[in-house]
Design a binder for this molecule. Sequence first.
Ligand code: PDD
Length: 281
Amino acid sequence: MICYLNGEFLPLAEAKIPVLDRGFIFGDGVYEVIPVYDRTPLRLDGHLARLQRSLDAIRIGNPNTASRWTELIRELIAQHESTDQSVYVHVTRGVAKRDHAFPKDLAPTVFMMSNPLSTPSAEQIERGVAAITGTDNRWYRCDIKSTALLANVLLRQLAIDAGAAETVLLRDGFLTEGSAANIFAVKGGVIRTPPKSHLILPGITYDFILELAAAGGLPYEQCDVSEGELRNVDELWLTSATREVLAITTLDGHPVGNGAPGPIFRRMHALYQAHKRPKKG
Ligand code: PDD
């Protein structure tokens, strides 16, 4: 498998970074996961804008212009057989003697790889998935797509250990997001999702879902959702680059609504499928 590291395309097994890379030592870096359909990245501009925002937030200069990123990502996609892929882009602050404070003007480490895109199975779409709730014990900059994902890793593992697919996070009695997804709830026909803030990742799929809702005439609100409301919704969905939109049909072992993916989920899933690929011709 071919990857990209610091200016070179090379086999993944041959890609090496120095042990003093601050990504390895401190998790001092940011990343993106970009879904690709028919060799075309979905919402690439949004992903590159979010990458810029994450880099700015942690004070790393962007090593590439948007047009250079676009070229490199297209080249990486061309190196792989699958037409549907998930491209992983990772930028760290670079290599330096271990010290929390960072030196100025380090050369960032740039790494990219691509894998065949693995979206939810037909059965998961048909039946939905189980989720559990967990306490959101992450930091106060969840809006930065940081590679320092220890809290997310542990929270996701709680779900796996419970035989579930995702942990839905609550902070101070309110829904934030999932361990690796944004969360949408439906009550009385209205789609509700927490507003963007430092407490959630501004998902590219989140934006896409809200645009599809607007275009499809589905009412929505970006508003706080309390734990009490969360436990009383008609439908619950998770969204991410790789899981698209997926219904959560049990929460902490209790059915969500009637325990099956709801009508608004079905509508949204169909809209998503209809719009994720580049238009032909
Ligand atoms: N994760 N919130 C968190 C904490 C996430 O890790 C992700 C995505 C999202 C959804 O963002 P988007 O719609 O842009 O994928 C929300 C990616 C897929 C990952 O870490 O693999």
